[in-house]
Design a protein around this ligand. Structure first.
Ligand code: IMP
Ligand code: MG
Length: 433
C-alpha cells in the first residue's frame, strides 16, 4: 500500500511543512494524525507565504486532506483557515474524522491557567488548549465531533458543568466566552466533510491511491518517548499514523524523517547542545527561528546525533530530509554532537530522567564550514549534489554514515525551488508516478 509517513526527528520546526508540500505533488491524499493547532507549518510559494496551524500542508496544492481521529480539532481555527484559503482562490477538499476530540474555549482557558499554576515548572505550551483536550480524552470527559453534531445533551451538560467547576473552584477564575453553540454551528456547516476517516483511507489505499501522513511536532516532543514532562500531549512518532487515523500498521510503507542541519527548541526543557552567544544568535537570525504559532524566539543549538539516532530508531526512518543547511553558511568550524557524557561515562542514548538529560555534556566532532557559493541555492539545487561546496558535502556524508540512513532531500532555502531531491535515494515507488 502506497503510503509515506513524514515525521519530525527533533523538537518540531524541522521544516516538515515545506517537505510535505514538495512531496505532496506525488500523492493523492495528505492526512494529519496527531496534535492540533499547536503545529505551525510555513509554506512559501513565490511571493505568497501560507501559515497553517491545523490544516494539513497538502491543502495548498489542492490535494484531498484528512484530519484523523488522533487530532484535537479547534473548529474555530479550522474554519478560519479554510476561509483564508478560500479568499486566495483555493478550495479545501477535506474529510474530518467524526471521532476527533474537540478543543473548546474551556480548554484554551485551562491551558493558560494550568501553566500559571505550575509556576516555575511550566512546560511553555503554545496555549492552544492541546494538553487539556488530550487529558479530557483520556479521562473520558472530552467531546468528540460526533457528540456535538448529534448533540448528546447529557455529555454536553456534564462537560460544561465539569469545566466550569475546574476553572472556578481549582483555579479561582471565571469562565468567559465559552460558547459551545458557536462551535456546534461551525461543525454543522462542515457536516458533509465529516465522516469515518479510517475506512476512507483504507479503501483509498486498496484502490491504489497514495497517502502522505503528515506528522506535527517532533519525536523529542512525543508524550512517551520525548523529554517528559517538557513534551506535547500526543504521540508524534510514525506509529501514531496508525492509531491517529485508523489504518493498520502494515499499511505504512515508508517513513521519511525530517531534521534541520542544527537544532532548535521552543518552550522549556533540557537542550544539551544549546548555543549561547553570537553563534546561536546568528543561527536564530539567519534561520528566522521564531515560532509560527506563538512568535516566541526558538533556542538554537548544534546538531545532536545522539538525539537524531534515537529518533530514527523510534520511527523506523530509512530516508531523511535535511533542511536549512544553507543557514550554517559562514560558520567555521561546525560542531556536531556525537555522544553524551554523564557522570564521567559516555552514553549514546537519551536518558529518561529529565534531570539527567539536563546534566549530560555533549561530546563534539568539529567539521569544516563552507563559504557562500557564487551561484544561488536555487541554481545549485537544480544542478545536483556535486555542485554543492565540498565541506557541505562532507557534512552530509558524515551524517549519512553516522545514521546509516539515506539523505533523500536537501533543503537550501524556504522556496520550493531551493530543494534538491536525490532520486536514487528516494523510495523507488515514489519516483515512478
Ligand atoms: P503544547 O503542545 O502546546 O502543549 O506545548 C508543549 C510543548 O511542545 C511546548 O514546549 C511547545 O513549545 C512545544 N510545541 C508544541 N507544538 C510545537 C510545534 O509545532 N513546534 C515546536 N514546538 C512545539
Ligand atoms: Mg512549526
Amino acid at each position: 500500500m502506497d503510503s509515506l509517513v513524514v515525521i519530525g526527528l527533533q523538537w518540531g520546526d524541522e521544516g516538515k511543512g515545506k517537505i510535505i508540500d514538495v512531496l505532496s505533488e506525488k500523492f493523492d491524499i495528505v492526512a494529519r494524525f496527531q496534535g492540533g493547532s499547536n503545529a505551525g507549518h510555513t509554506i512559501k510559494i513565490g511571493e505568497v507565504t501560507h501559515k497553517f496551524r491545523l490544516l494539513p500542508s497538502g491543502a495548498v496544492r489542492g490535494r484531498k486532506v484528512v484530519i484523523g481521529n488522533g487530532v484535537v480539532v479547534d473548529p474555530i481555527v479550522l474554519n478560519n483557515e479554510i476561509e483564508e484559503l478560500k479568499k486566495q482562490g483555493i478550495d479545501v477538499n477535506i474529510l474530518i474524522s467524526e471521532r476527533a476530540q474537540v478543543i473548546t474555549p474551556f480548554h484554551v482557558m485551562l491551558d493558560g491557567l494550568q501553566e500559571k499554576f505550575k509556576g516555575r515548572s511550566k512546560v511553555g505550551t503554545t496555549r492552544r488548549g492541546i494538553g487539556p483536550a488530550y487529558s479530557d480524552k483520556i479521562t473520558r470527559v472530552g467531546l468528540r465531533i460526533c457528540d456535538l453534531l448529534d448533540r448528546d445533551e447529557n455529555l454536553i451538560e456534564f462537560f460544561e458543568r465539569f469545566q466550569t467547576a475546574r476553572i472556578e473552584k481549582l483555579y479561582q477564575s471565571h469562565v468567559s466566552n465559552a460558547d459551545l453553540e458557536n462551535i456546534i454551528r461551525i461543525l454543522n456547516d462542515l457536516r458533509p466533510n465529516i465522516g469515518d476517516c479510517g475506512r476512507y483511507l483504507y479503501d483509498a489505499l486498496k484502490k491504489g491511491k497514495r497517502i502522505l501522513f503528515e506528522g506535527a511536532q517532533g519525536t523529542l516532543l512525543d508524550i512517551d518517548h520525548g523529554t517528559y514532562p517538557y513534551v506535547t500531549s500526543s504521540n508524534c512518532i510514525s506509529a501514531a499514523a496508525s492509531t491517529g487515523t485508523g489504518i493498520p500498521p502494515f499499511a505504512i510503507r515508508d517513513v521519511i524523517g525530517v531534521f534541520k542541519a542544527y537544532l532548535t527548541r521552543v518552550g522549556e526543557g533540557p537542550f544539551p547542545t544549546e548555543i549561547s552567544g553570537p553563534v546561536g544568535e546568528r543561527i536564530q537570525t539567519h534561520g528566522r527561528e521564531f515560532g509560527t504559532v506563538t512568535g516566541r524566539s526558538r533556542r538554537c543549538g548544534w546538531l545532536d546525533l545522539v538525539a537524531l539516532k534515537y529518533a530514527i530508531r523510534l520511527n523506523g526512518a530509512k530516508y531523511l530530509a535535511l533542511t536549512k543547511l544553507d543557514v550554517l553558511t559562514g560558520i567555521n568550524p561546525l560542531r556536531v554532537c556525537v555522544k553524551y557524557r554523564l557522570d564521567g561515562t559516555n552514553t549514546d542514548n537519551i536518558p529518561a530522567f529529565a534531570q539527567d538529560m539536563s546534566r549530560v555534556k555533549p561530546v563534539y566532532k568539529e567539521l569544516p564550514g563552507w563559504e557562500k557559493p557564487a551561484k544561488s541555492w536555487e541554481i545549485l539545487a537544480s544542478e545536483g549534489i556535486q555542485s554543492l561546496p565540498e565541506e557541505m558535502r562532507r557534512y552530509i556524508e558524515f551524517i549519512e554514515k553516522e545514521t546509516d540512513c539515506m539523505i533523500s532531500i536537501i533543503s537550501l532555502g524556504p522556496d520550493r525551488d531551493e530543494t534538491m531531491i536525490i532520486r536514487n535515494k528516494m523510495p523507488s515507488w515514489i519516483n515512478d508516478v
